[in-house]
Design a protein around this ligand. Structure first.
Ligand code: ADP
Ligand code: ZN
Length: 255
């Protein structure tokens, strides 16, 4: 007589040597970041990576890498990225699934830029269900359109695609005007951050995002994090670390 170990616990287990010298069970943690343009998802993700030890997966970055590499997929999505439209759901979930599968038996991942639509949220649920896993946290960075308009129209982005750090003409100036602190590449204003297109972008975001928020609220994984242009430095990060650590995610060192 024998038995098979099945279910979320065994399929997705990763074990770690703790300071007590014991092998302990640590299930993978999957986090999605929701938030419109200018909400600070990318910044938050980069700050979280060293603190909670999870990789950052951005669907926008995955597509930009494909475009830069000149692959067939890159050539197919290039015009969509240029127009600011959404890549079809089937392509997007396939690209994400391939990347996520590298981490599913490890510690998990921070997913940024997905889901953008309710069908994508449902596809993600299915993907995790097929792996015997589930989405643990949906962190929604929420604020007013007015604040986001100010953030976006003043945003400057590092022109080096590998870096992609963002700055702001008022709130987060680089040490040297027009130059990235990290990689010294020139800073640019992305076309879609032009003041006249920012309003419609935010409206479109809200229309697509609300059904995702409702869905994740029903699934009880949604956490709403309020953000304003008056937030003290690190405010969003502190709130997020509080939410995560209260629910068992290990934070490596104080931020
Ligand atoms: P933004 O340009 O709004 O900051 P990203 O950098 O996340 O967004 O993504 C860049 C582009 O990649 C998007 O404009 C879109 O064309 C495509 N993209 C990224 N994520 C998705 C997604 N979840 N669904 C469809 N298209 C996506
Ligand atoms: Zn840079």
């Amino acid at each position: 007589m024998g038995f098979r170990l099945t279910g979320r616990f065994w399929h997705s287990a990763s074990f770690a040597f703790t300071r007590y010298g014991l092998w302990t069970f640590r299930p993978p943690t999957f986090i999605v970041l929701l938030g419109g343009p200018g909400a600070g998802k990318g910044t938050l993700a980069k700050e979280l990576v060293p603190l909670i030890g999870l990789p950052h997966i951005s669907t926008g970055d995955l597509f930009r890498k494909e475009v830069a590499s000149g692959s067939a997929l890159g050539r197919a999505v290039d015009p969509i990225l240029r127009s600011g439209g959404l890549v079809p759901d089937e392509i997007t979930i396939a690209v994400l699934a391939e990347e996520l599968s590298k981490f599913r038996n490890r510690h998990g991942a921070i997913i940024d830029g997905f889901p953008r639509t309710l069908p994508q949220a449902l596809l993600l649920d299915n993907l995790f269900a097929g792996w015997g896993q589930e989405l643990d946290f949906s962190l929604f960075l929420d604020g007013s359109n007015k604040d986001f308009e100010v953030r976006l129209s003043g945003r400057r982005t590092c022109s080096n695609k590998e870096c992609g750090r963002t700055y702001h003409v008022e709130f987060k100036r680089p040490r040297v005007e027009g130059v990235c602190d990290t990689c010294k590449s020139p800073l640019i204003r992305r076309d879609d951050d032009a003041p006249e297109v920012v309003g419609p972008r935010l409206e479109k975001f809200r229309a697509n995002n609300q059904p995702i928020v409702d869905h994740h609220e029903r699934r009880q994984c949604l956490h709403r994090i309020k953000t304003t242009n008056q937030d003290p430095e690190g405010h969003v990060l502190q709130q997020v670390l509080h939410i995560l650590s209260k629910r068992g995610v290990r934070v490596k060192r104080a931020a």
